[in-house]
Design a binder for this molecule. Structure first.
Ligand code: FAD
Ligand code: NAI
Length: 466
């Protein structure tokens, strides 16, 4: 069988790349080793985690927040099996949707493990051992990433779990120890805390959410602590001993010193993810990888071998579904002779906890390090009418603008619905807009988004409601 393009992996990078390529008239095939399409994101990542975050948030709201609005309900009960089924229905709906889209776009889908036998040749090994050979002008590697292991600790996905096991627990752990205060640790820690777990987070650094704006991370940590999270920052887990029920965890200060032990029911290892290239035959094909195992690409997603490209979690950059998708579109457009491009300066990041944290562009720390002079405008949700009346007034919006040109360089939000609100900042930044542009844009009242406008006004110290 002969194609213009074979994409290996149907996560958000791969399936979006295939659809865009087919739209542009390229004869396209995809190879996927999972039974379902959608990759990490749809099967064991973004989608199931958001289903559990939504359901557990509803559970918490019904437990604590209805009464203050005069809504009387008896204390909600938890049917975890049904909640897990709700999650799976959402996952199935999404993965089937991708299957439909691939068919609709006349993309051939091969189920099995893909290996690059040579430039222009992909072998697909099915579960029954049979091998199909695909000839193709171009190959896109979109094989994603896998859980980063914690040295000396075995993940059994029951007592010591990765994010995959943490999405599948059949019982609410009495005590959950999370290793790593990154996005996965805080999102899945939130799910289980809301459902009744005592959650302790051990983080190597002296802060949570490295990479996010420091002020935002600090305030957000306080909010999580108020919800019941316990943080052990500047600490590392040196040993996990599994017992019949639960585990004994040894924790040491990162800088050295006396250790302590904790008895817990479940340990979630969430210390990052690593690119996944097992069995692809990269070395034999001559495809270069870097010292972190990532496929090396140039500005046009070309690897070291002509005709082989790579996108998504398997290359450098933030490990985010929308970054993978945009790279998929860009490489398909490049292959079709168009000018595909990704603007890495404007990739939003969202932590889907309550409240949410959302950011786009530079942090204050990054600007200080780069020696760029900037001005900051901040506006708290306590001064926003809608947030106040809904009694969801925690958090703030921060707009950072270039001190000389007023061009917006970064926007950071902590607060309910931050993940939806960040996109007006992303659009503004794509068009090189200034804080004045944002401040002069009429915002509907009463909305939480008015806080974005007010933060932009605050850059010039002229916020109205503060
Ligand atoms: P993947 O989605 O990992 O897909 C790669 C696919 O390739 C897989 O299906 C795999 O089976 C297949 N594959 C690998 N090797 C082969 C082979 N040799 N042959 C055939 N098939 C192969 N990101 C967000 O933006 N928002 C979120 O809310 C979010 N939540 C997350 C929550 C969790 C718990 C996790 C773990 C991740 C989350 N992410 C989130 C990250 C997001 O899932 C990834 O950034 C995204 O899936 C990367 O897409 P990808 O296409 O590069 O790779
Ligand atoms: P992460 O990189 O976000 O966080 C890992 C944390 O673990 C860091 O704070 C790091 O300092 C800490 N750490 C590393 N080694 C440690 C050790 N030995 N002991 C204690 N702490 C240690 O990684 P995470 O949370 O595993 O997520 C993986 C990827 O998945 C991220 O890159 C993220 O982009 C993506 N993701 C995105 C989501 C979103 O967009 N909402 C949700 C979940 C995951």
């Amino acid at each position: 069988m002969s194609y213009d393009l074979v994409v290996i992996g149907t996560g958000p990078g791969g399936y979006v790349c295939a659809i865009r390529a087919a739209q542009l008239g390229l004869k396209t095939a995809v190879v996927e080793k999972r039974k379902t399409h959608g990759g990490t994101c749809l099967n064991v990542g973004c989608i199931p985690s958001k289903a559990l975050l939504h359901a557990s948030h509803m559970f918490e709201e019904a437990s604590h927040d209805f009464a203050k609005m005069g809504i009387g309900v008896s204390a909600p009960t938890l049917d975890l099996a049904r909640m897990q089924a709700f999650k799976q229905e959402g996952v199935d709906g999404n993965t089937k949707g991708v299957e439909f889209l691939l068919k609709k776009n006349k993309i051939d889908a091969f189920n099995g493990t893909g290996r690059i036998a040579a430039p222009g040749t992909v072998e697909v090994k099915a579960e029954d051992g049979s091998v199909t050979t695909l000839e193709t002008k171009n190959i896109v590697i979109a094989t994603g990433s896998d859980v980063a292991p914690l040295p000396g600790v075995t993940i059994d996905e029951k007592v010591v779990v990765s994010s995959t096991g943490a999405l599948e627990l059949a019982q609410v752990p009495g005590k959950l120890l999370v290793v790593g205060a990154g996005v996965i640790g805080l999102e899945l820690g939130s799910v289980w805390r809301r459902l009744g777990s005592e959650v302790v987070v051990v983080e190597f650094l002296d802060r949570i959410l490295p990479g996010m704006d420091g002020e935002v991370a600090k305030q957000f940590q306080r909010m999580l602590a108020k919800q019941g999270f316990t943080f052990k920052l500047g600490s590392k887990v040196t040993r996990v001993e599994q017992g019949k029920k639960g585990a004994t965890v040894t924790i040491e200060p990162a800088a050295g010193g006396e250790d302590e032990t904790l008895e817990v029911d479940v340990v979630l290892v969430a210390i990052g993810r690593v690119p996944y290239t097992n069995g692809l035959g990269l070395a034999e094909a001559g495809v270069e990888t870097d010292n972190r195992g990532r496929v090396v690409v140039d500005g046009h997603f070309r690897t070291s071998v002509p005709g082989i490209y790579a996108i998504g979690d398997v290359i450098a950059g933030p490990m985010l579904a929308h970054k993978a998708e945009d790279e998929g579109v860009a490489v398909a457009e490049i292959l079709a002779g168009k000018a595909g491009h990704v603007n890495y300066d404007v990739i939003p990041g969202v932590v889907y906890t309550f409240p949410e944290v959302a950011a786009v562009g530079k942090t204050e720390e990054e600007l200080k390090e780069a020696g760029i002079a900037y001005t900051v405008g901040k506006f708290p949700f306590t001064a926003n009418g809608r947030a106040k009346v809904n009694q969801q007034a925690e958090g703030f919006v921060k707009v950072i603008a270039d001190a000389k040109t007023d061009r917006v360089l970064g926007v950071h939000i902590v607060g309910a619905e931050a993940g939806e609100m960040i996109h007006e900042a992303a659009v503004l930044m794509e068009f090189g807009g200034s804080s004045e542009d944002l401040a002069r844009t009429c915002h509907a009242h009463p909305t939480r988004s008015e806080a974005v406008k007010e933060a932009a006004l605050a850059v010039e110290k002229r916020a109205i409601h503060m």
